[in-house]
Design a protein around this ligand. Structure first.
Ligand SMILES: [Zn+2]
Ligand SMILES: [Zn+2]
Ligand SMILES: [Zn+2]
Length: 257
């Protein structure tokens, strides 16, 4: 299995518009983080996790011309507002693209992108993304592209987000914690992908680096990659401060397992 980090920044991205902090001025390409996107490739199947605003640029950079299925972790703008970039895939592949969304976000997704699911038909000569929506509930096992993902609802401040386990891979995106009764789902993963914003003060909706490291330890993850990172600290410094077995991801990083 191959995990490709398309975007590893928090909702503002890095650099942040108008910011002149050391990270936002950094010449290190790893300090240029687009919004969260992840691509999982295994056994000839390609699953996209989230459709961030920079999706088109991310997929061009990664040379991706085909997608088998898409999983949305939750409906926040930084994870969904690139959904229109799925249009080229349904056009070229001549079929709707399977899209997996938690049942609790069904109404919200349809409202946000009413042009996709509403009654208005596109003008002749234009198109909207054709998406085949499958709804899931907490702890369901879903099969996007034939892969078996066990989904887990994760506390995300006043909201929830959805992570999953797929074989030796665990994905925690926009989590503040893992529910106690879901720890076993992620126990002993080879690779854990988890969000974390920064070192230090806790955020109501996201792991801090310390919280992410503690969670990875409890789950017994062999390797952990941090994503959804804010601009407070440079990549180089994050790398230096994280313990062995835990590393910051960066846009373009590919991990094999
Ligand atoms: Zn987010
Ligand atoms: Zn900055
Ligand atoms: Zn979020």
């Amino acid at each position: 299995m191959r995990v490709r980090f398309l975007g590893t920044g928090t909702s503002f991205g890095v650099p942040v518009i108008g910011c002149d902090c050391a990270t936002c001025r950094s010449p290190d390409p790893r300090d240029r983080r687009t919004r969260h996107g992840l691509l999982i490739e295994t056994g000839g199947t390609r699953l996209l996790v989230d459709t961030p605003p920079e999706l088109r640029l991310q997929l061009l950079k990664a040379g991706i011309a085909r997608l088998d299925a898409v999983f949305l972790s939750h409906e926040h703008a930084d994870h969904t507002h690139g959904i229109d970039d799925l249009r080229v895939f349904s056009l070229r592949q001549r079929r709707p693209i399977p899209l997996y969304v938690a049942r609790e976000f069904d109404a919200g997704i349809r409202r946000r992108f009413s042009y996709i699911w509403g009654d208005a038909r596109p003008q002749p000569g234009s198109a909207v993304p054709r998406l085949d929506l499958t709804l899931f509930d907490d702890r369901d096992i879903i099969e996007p592209g034939g892969l078996a993902l066990q989904v887990v609802a994760l506390p995300h401040g006043a909201y929830r987000s959805y992570g999953f386990r797929l074989g030796g891979l665990g994905v925690l995106i926009d989590a503040k914690s893992v529910p106690e009764d879901a720890m076993e789902v992620f126990a002993g993963v080879d690779v854990l992908v988890t969000n974390a914003l920064w070192f230090g003060d806790p955020h109501p909706g996201h792991f801090s680096m310390e919280e992410a490291v503690a969670t990875a330890r409890r789950l017994g993850a062999a390797r952990t990659y941090i994503t959804h990172i804010a601009h407070r600290t440079t990549h180089e410094e994050i790398e230096r401060r994280l313990p062995a077995g835990v590393a910051p991801a960066y846009d373009g990083l590919v991990v094999e397992l």
